[in-house]
Design a protein around this ligand. Sequence first.
Ligand code: AMP
Length: 337
Amino acid sequence: MIVVDENDPIGEIEASFPYRDVQLKKGSISRDIYDISSEELGRGTYGTVYLCKEKTTGLQLAAKYVKVTCKEDRRNMEREIEIMSGLHHPRIIQLYDAYDDGSTIVCVLELIQGGELFERVIEEDYVLTEKACTIFIRQICEGVDFLHSRDILHLDLKPENVLCLSREGNRIKLIDFGMARRYDPTKQLQILFGTAEFVAPEIVNFDAISYCTDMWAVGVICYVLLSGLSPFMGDTDIDTMTNVTLCKYNFDDDAFNQVSECAKDFVQQLLQKEGTKRLTTQGALNHPWLIDSAFNTELHVTKTKLKRYVIKKRWIKAVNTIIALRRMGAKIDLDLV
Ligand code: AMP
């Protein structure tokens, strides 16, 4: 049985290699330097991630392959690499190397072996207490705090982009900077992308976005982690986004019976329609729910709904993968539950 160690809830924080600044190199990823395994670690909207090893050191890494078919794809990848290469922090995935052969860009990344946070916490042997939730949410806030201190907005914070470093400890890292943007507070920035469940009202309304846009997503992640329910989820993305603009959510479901008032207050202070009223990263890190270790240490969060949520996501992902593979004429063999 895996439980949080109260004396060392997060554990040590080193990355698997010293921080390094990375420049995008011209040419294919060097097979003299790296062994690329056929083992797939995961698939995102734009790329596929494979296990990879540096030959001389034996260092295990992850190689993310992204096809670039037009100028915009290349610009997006160059921006992602430029943003990531300057982000040295224990809660942020580290970039190790990058190659561009003209049609594919490969990012060699720190390997994160514990899988997606929600996949981990729904495992039978994981005891999900409210205390454990605070440990994860605190780390997410620390990562976002670092990003914001560097004027970077992540803009795609969602459970799939929070990975566990190992299957034993409680350390997490934020990944996927494909949608991240450098933010100049003196200039207005609007965007038209994101995942409906996690986008803030200002994105749906195409209003100016800011640091607070990421904090909304932290509020949604926290709501889902505590209950297994998605606060704004409708039958379609349009319904979901309508619920977001109305800021229509509540804590009425039975899943919240066990959840402390302090946790609900934390979520409520993030899920504010007005961005300026939301907690900042510092406000969140100083909220009693994240600083008062006496809070609900023993209260177990009911995982039934969270399991259902994660399995539904697996199916959606699998269906999307099948559609993508069918387009490429591939044979399919999937193991879902
Ligand atoms: P991404 O395209 O960056 O969202 O990655 C797609 C999926 O690949 C993620 O949801 C993870 O499951 C997996 N993944 C991405 N980066 C890594 C990594 N550095 N180590 C292990 N798995 C990863």
